[in-house]
Structure formats: structure tokens, C-alpha cells
Ligand binder design. Structure first.
Ligand SMILES: C[S@@+](CC[C@H](N)C(=O)[O-])C[C@H]1O[C@@H](n2cnc3c(N)ncnc32)[C@H](O)[C@@H]1O
Length: 262
């Protein structure tokens, strides 16, 4: 583990921004294609039109300097939509898939926090950090499938662990994984309602979106001398006491904030 200087926080792409980009590409292409084919009294060639819309959306995403995966998604979205529409699948299946996804990815819709998991190397680094402190209580805010607290609870029996999660299927998976682990309390609930006062270490692996508000909550509730750790997402405008780099693919960073008095 190595200490690093503070890097710039990741830039978030808002859903509204992405939707606007797609709409702009579609409106631009259709506003030219519709009159063109209308004047020629020909039917609009939807497949070719969808490809052009995808191309324009990909270009706009490139011009607005979006990460490569957004460019690919923008370029593929409308052409794939057209292909799927040709499969004539009953719309009920899409509704079912939507609700199933919501049971897992609720946080992506309500908080801009999807499910992705703390990897083993990061859990090992956390275990090392905890082992260097006197045993106390550890809370994972948005605990996912328990990928952090389940192995930590097994390897550090002197500590007590808790995880709070509010996506139903994710919570259920974590509940099953945590069965029989006496020093781990697996809770259903909203992380914003968790009382942080009783914990020596609070851990979060969320997204850039909630970090400023979460920092306000941390400072209001955590006691002096305790530790807040954020995986990958730094608190805006607050310098961490230490940054721990975890090598791997992708590499991760743990931002450590000791809570000071006052
Ligand atoms: C990036 S995952 C991290 C999972 C886990 N902490 C780990 O490190 O493997 C973030 C989790 O936070 C959950 N989440 C998002 N908003 C939440 C909220 N308001 N209350 C509780 N959990 C939330 C999501 O459902 C998701 O499982």
C-alpha cells in the first residue's frame, strides 16, 4: 500500500445530459431525413437512419469528450433499439426485465449509485488498515452483496461489522451470505438514515454523486478519532489524511479521512 497525492475526482455524466445528447442526434438526423424522403415520396429507411443517428450520437459524445464507454453506448443505442424492435418481443418481457433490474440496481436510479463490488485486493487492504487500529465497529454504507463486510467479519473476529443496503435482491443475497456470521449485522435500510455515531470506521463505495452530502453527514455524526474511508471517490473540497493505492485492474484508491474534533 502506498500513499499518493490527491487526484482530481472523477467527472460524473448526468443521465439528463446523456438523454439530451441522444435526443439531439435523433432530432438532427430526422429533421433532415424526413423532409428529404418526404419530397422523394419514399419511405424512410429506418435501419440506415438508425445507423446515422448512432453515428451522430457517437460523434457528439466524442466532441463533448465523454469516456470511451459512453461513446460506444451512444453510437450503439438507436441501432440496437431498431434491431430489438424487429424481434417483435412482447413488451411485457421488457417490463419484467426492468423490474428485475430495479430489484438489484435501485441505487442507480435513486442515488446514481449502481452495484459494483469491492475487489479482494481492496478487502485485504481494508483488513490491514483495521488490524492496525484497536478493534471497534465498522459500517459499510450501501453494502451490496456483502463483498466487503462478509470477508472482513471472518478475518477480524474481534471487530463488529454492519452493512446497510436498500436494493431488495442485493440485500437478500447479502443476507444469505452473512448467515451465521455472529459479528456481522446485515441491515435493510437507507444509508441516509443510518446513525454513524456508534462506529469507529465507516466505509463507502458509492459514486461521485452523493459524496458532498455524505461528507456533511459523516462530519455531523462520526466522533473525533474515528475514520471515514471512501473507495475510489474522493470527497470534494476535503483533503484526505491519506490515500492508499490498490494495484489491480482497475486499480482502486482508498481515501482516508480521520475525523477531527470540532
Ligand atoms: C458500488 S456498490 C458497493 C457495494 C459494497 N459496499 C461493496 O463494496 O462491495 C453501492 C451499493 O450501495 C447501494 N445503495 C445505493 N444507495 C443506497 C441507499 N440510499 N441506501 C442503502 N444502500 C444504497 C446500492 O444498491 C449498491 O449495492
Amino acid at each position: 500500500m502506498a500513499s499518493l497525492p490527491l487526484p482530481a475526482p472523477p467527472v460524473s455524466a448526468s443521465p439528463l445530459r446523456q438523454l439530451t445528447l441522444q435526443a439531439a442526434a435523433a432530432i438532427l438526423v430526422l429533421s433532415l431525413a424526413w423532409p428529404y424522403y418526404g419530397l422523394k415520396a419514399e419511405a424512410l429507411p429506418w435501419w440506415e437512419t438508425s445507423l446515422v443517428i448512432g453515428g451522430v450520437a457517437g460523434l457528439l459524445a466524442t466532441l463533448t469528450r465523454q469516456p470511451w464507454w459512453w461513446r460506444v453506448m451512444h453510437a450503439a443505442f438507436v441501432p440496437l433499439g431498431w434491431v430489438v424492435s424487429q424481434l417483435a418481443i412482447d413488451p411485457g418481457w421488457f417490463l419484467l426485465a426492468f423490474f428485475l433490474l430495479l430489484l438489484v440496481y435501485r441505487g442507480a436510479v435513486t442515488e446514481q449509485v449502481p452495484l459494483y463490488l469491492t475487489n479482494r485486493a481492496t478487502v485485504a487492504a481494508l483488513a490491514q488498515l483495521l488490524a492496525d487500529r484497536p478493534p471497534s465497529a465498522f459500517l459499510d454504507l450501501g453494502a451490496g452483496l456483502g463483498s466487503t463486510v462478509v470477508p472482513l467479519a471472518r478475518s477480524l473476529p474481534g471487530w463488529s461489522f454492519a452493512g446497510v443496503e436498500n436494493a431488495p435482491l442485493t440485500w437478500l443475497a447479502g443476507r444469505l451470505r452473512s448467515l451465521g456470521q455472529g459479528n456481522l449485522a446485515w441491515r435493510w435500510g437507507d444509508l441516509w438514515h443510518a446513525d454513524l455515531a456508534g462506529y469507529g470506521v465507516v466505509y463507502a463505495f458509492l459514486s461521485p454523486a452523493p459524496m458532498a452530502a455524505l461528507w456533511d453527514k459523516v462530519r455531523a455524526e462520526m466522533r473525533p478519532g474515528t475514520l471515514f474511508i471512501s473507495n475510489s471517490f474522493a470527497v470534494p473540497d476535503a483533503a484526505p489524511g491519506r490515500v492508499v493505492e490498490i494495484p489491480g485492474t482497475p486499480p482502486r484508491r482508498l481515501y482516508l479521512y480521520e475525523i477531527a474534533a470540532g
